[in-house]
Every structure is written in C-alpha cells, then in structure tokens.
Design a protein around this ligand. Structure first.
Ligand SMILES: C[S@@+](CC[C@H](N)C(=O)[O-])C[C@H]1O[C@@H](n2cnc3c(N)ncnc32)[C@H](O)[C@@H]1O
Length: 237
C-alpha cells in the first residue's frame, strides 16, 4: 500500500483535481466550529496525503500533517512550506502532544483492515485530542454502503496528462477490494499502468461509533458529509 501511494504521489493532485478541497475545507471549518469545545486551533490531519486539505485550512488552524508515504509528504511540504509534516502510521503514532482538531479524510481510515487496528487507531486519535477537542473521520464506505461489483470510471483529459481510472469492486467478508486500475500518460513518462491492490476494511457505523465512545469520545454520525458517505464526529470528554 505504501508503495502504491509512493508511485501515485506525483500524479495524485492531478488525479483528484476534480475534488473541491476548498469547498470541503469550508464545510469542515463549519463542522469544527459547531462541535469543538476546546479553545485552541491546533489541527492534525492524519493520512494527509499531498496536504491539500491542510493548504485550505492552514489560514484558520495551526496545522500539522501525518502520512505513511514519504513521497506524498514531499509534495505536501512543497505546497505548504511552513507546515510540519510527519511520516507515521495512524495505528502506532505517538506524537507526545495533543490537538484541538484531528481529521482523517477521504476514506483513509479504510486502509485499516482489521478490527484490532481500527481499535488502536481510534484510541490513538482520542489520545492525541485535548479535552473538548474534535475528531472527524470520513470513511469511503461502511458496512451499510459497501457494495460488491460496483463499477466506476474517471477520465481526466488535461493538457499535460491523460488519466483513466476504472474499477470493479469485490467484497470478500469484511474486506472490499476497490481494485482501481490507473492508466496515466505523460510526455515525460509515456503511459504507465498500475493497480491499487489494497484491501479496505469494512466496519459498520455502530462499530465506529462504539469504538469512538469506548475511547472517551461523545459521538455523532452526520450526513451529508463531504462526499457520498457521512462523517463520524467525536468530541473528547
Ligand atoms: C486516499 S489518500 C487521502 C489523502 C488525503 N487525506 C486527501 O484527502 O487527499 C489516502 C492516504 O492515506 C495514507 N495512509 C494509508 N494508511 C495509512 C496509515 N496507516 N497511516 C497513515 N497514513 C496512511 C496513504 O499514504 C495516502 O496518502
């Protein structure tokens, strides 16, 4: 999985240029204002990728980013010069400080494939929150919405790059294989084909909410979220 994002990193921002990160940041800011009870403005974006949410939030928050992929973080750092980016794993991170806001967006939580890792990650998120701080988790799907055999296609015809991403998802027990195939053409690199082989963990809404409550958070699930799926919100008691 790390290798996959390390390979995709240089194309990631173009691949997802259709996402309204600015609009998402505006919605996130409103949600944070509504739920956060602490007074500070420190924010940790977990699995921050190339840092685009941070880019649009850093005017309002003292932001820090964390991600597994060095290559994704290098792009984030280029984009947000004065921001601290940390290479780390959301399951095991121990930053020795706490934040008023933690976000984990765009389905990144789905890369946790076992219940055990989900428990550890949610406990870790809670541990890194100040009292009254808020965590916002955006899954790409839950048990209620995960589908076997759903198909997708995205085509991007930009002047300097052509991208096609197609997939047929496979659901096997508690895992979904999105099986994204990317065909990417640029003048510099010709045409590359690669596949995201990562299974994604499927957990029910109740599981997320229960684990968040057990880690000392008051919880809500709100819809609509930023994209198709809703958002899990937790406030540290
Ligand atoms: C779909 S991208 C989302 C990036 C960013 N949040 C966004 O909205 O564009 C998923 C990111 O999760 C990161 N990731 C996956 N598993 C992780 C883990 N266990 N700890 C930290 N980051 C992880 C990947 O490296 C990748 O950058």
């Amino acid at each position: 999985m790390t290798n996959f994002y390390s390979r995709l990193a240089k194309y990631y921002d173009q691949m997802y240029s259709f996402i309204d990160y600015q609009g998402n940041a505006t919605k996130l800011h409103k949600i944070i204002q509504q739920y956060r009870k602490s007074s500070g403005s420190s924010l940790l974006d977990i699995a921050c990728g190339t840092g685009t949410h941070i880019k649009h939030l850093m005017g309002k928050y003292q932001a820090t980013g964390l991600d597994l992929s060095k290559e994704m973080l290098e792009i984030a750092q280029e984009k947000c010069k004065d921001i601290e980016f940390i290479q780390g794993n959301m399951v095991t991170m121990d930053l020795g400080r706490s934040f008023d806001v933690i976000t984990c967006l765009f389905g990144s939580i789905g890369y946790l494939t076992t219940h055990d890792d989900l428990v550890k990650a949610i406990n870790t998120f809670s541990k890194h929150l100040v009292q009254g701080g808020v965590v916002i988790i955006e899954p790409i799907f839950t048990l209620e919405t995960a589908r076997d055999g759903s198909m997708g296609i995205i085509c991007l015809d930009l002047p300097e790059i052509k991208i096609a991403r197609t997939n047929v998802s496979r659901k096997e027990d508690d895992l979904v294989y999105l099986d994204f195939h990317f065909l990417i053409s640029t003048k510099e690199n010709g045409t590359e084909h690669f596949v995201d082989p990562s299974p994604m963990g499927v957990f029910s809404r109740d599981t997320y909410l229960q684990l968040m409550q057990e880690s000392g958070l008051s919880t809500s699930f709100i819809e609509p979220g930023l994209a198709k799926e809703g958002l899990f919100i937790g406030v540290k008691n």
